[in-house]
Design a binder for this molecule. Structure first.
Ligand code: C5P
Length: 317
């Protein structure tokens, strides 16, 4: 049986718009998701036992069934119990570079990598759409993480329409090491604050009268027009996260002031990114914001937008 090493990219949200809350407790969204080349490395090794064992270089990462990498194996076992019994347990090594609980889909992309890896290890022959259907059981961002690139995501975020890949832009990402935000908290707070503006349709689905702002952004992406993309970045969750976390609002302002193409919080935060036209420009933006906020708790990354989803980099006997 082979061992597999996979690369699992982070994502940012170029657009996150909440259309309404849904009967299943989730929110109906329109998002534009974008992979970046900030990646975790995931290695899967058959371990000759029945156990799923997780190992990670970052102590913040849980090593139990609350980790999506662990749950991905459980989902595969649930779908293919006979095949799973033949293959036994697996050791999963996560080399973590993507910050945790940061709005960058770090957990989701690890779950996505394990689905792709187990598909190969157990010789299941599942297609990408089949893996994405299983991925939606793990989390709303997992289907996107499997295929990556640039995509419009609707529904809970699991319905995907790929659009032209953007690779001519860079981002500076910044996050306070000690600050993490629960996605469930952000959506719950949004619902409490803005729930009254929703209307119900004939099916009983509550939704805001559709004000989908993403059209012009899709057009800017089609033209790879960085300046317009920067101006059109959008995230409804900023309305709840920025007032509750003043450091994130301050970070957002600092990026705004140094002259990038645009800046926005990613997902439910607290990571803020600044879009830049080159890696040199990104480095200048990073240095300037570091000067404005010298707090050692603030960490930075520079990454390029990427067309890659989960990729297998090596396998061995
Ligand atoms: O799907 P996932 O488990 O990643 O979502 C985490 C939490 O974020 C959910 O439990 C839910 O509270 C919230 N969420 C939501 N609407 C979505 C996606 C996530 O309310 N479309």
């Amino acid at each position: 049986m082979h061992s597999y090493t996979l690369i699992a990219p982070a994502k940012i949200n170029l657009h996150l718009e909440i259309l309404g809350d849904r009967p299943d407790g989730y929110h109906e969204l329109v998002m534009i998701l974008q992979s970046i080349d900030l990646v975790d490395k995931i290695e899967l090794r058959p371990n000759g036992t029945e156990q799923i064992r997780l190992h990670c270089n970052n102590p913040q990462v849980p090593l139990d069934a609350s980790n999506l990498a662990y749950r991905a194996v459980e989902v595969m076992r649930g779908e293919f119990p006979k095949i799973a019994a033949n293959y036994g347990g697996v050791d999963i090594f996560i080399d973590k570079k993507i910050p945790v609980a940061a709005g960058l889909a770090g957990g989701s992309t690890n779950g996505a990598a394990v689905l792709v890896g187990i598909n190969l290890m157990w010789e299941l022959g599942l297609t990408v759409p089949e893996l994405q259907t299983l991925g939606a059981k793990l989390g709303s961002d997992v289907p996107f993480c499997i295929s990556g690139g640039t995509a419009i995501a609707t529904g809970r975020g699991e319905q995907l329409d790929p659009i032209v890949d953007l690779d001519n832009l860079w981002v500076v990402l910044a996050k306070y090491r000690s600050l993490s935000i629960s996605t469930a908290w952000a959506y719950k707070t949004y619902k409490q604050k803005f729930g009254s503006s929703y209307i119900s349709d004939s099916e009983g689905v509550k939704s805001r009268t559709a004000q989908v702002h993403s059209g012009s952004l899709v057009s800017a992406i089609a033209h790879k027009d960085g300046a317009s993309i920067g101006k059109l970045l959008y995230n409804d969750l900023e309305k709840v996260v920025l007032p509750a976390f003043p450091q994130v609002a301050q970070l957002r302002e600092a990026f705004q002031e140094v002259g990038c193409l645009g800046t926005m919080m990613s997902g439910s935060g607290p990571t803020v990114f600044a879009l830049c036209e080159s890696s040199d420009r990104a480095e200048i933006v990073r240095v300037k914001v570091r000067e404005t906020i010298p707090d050692p708790d603030l960490e930075f990354w520079v990454a390029q937008l990427s067309s890659a989803g989960i990729e297998v980099t090596s396998f061995s006997k």
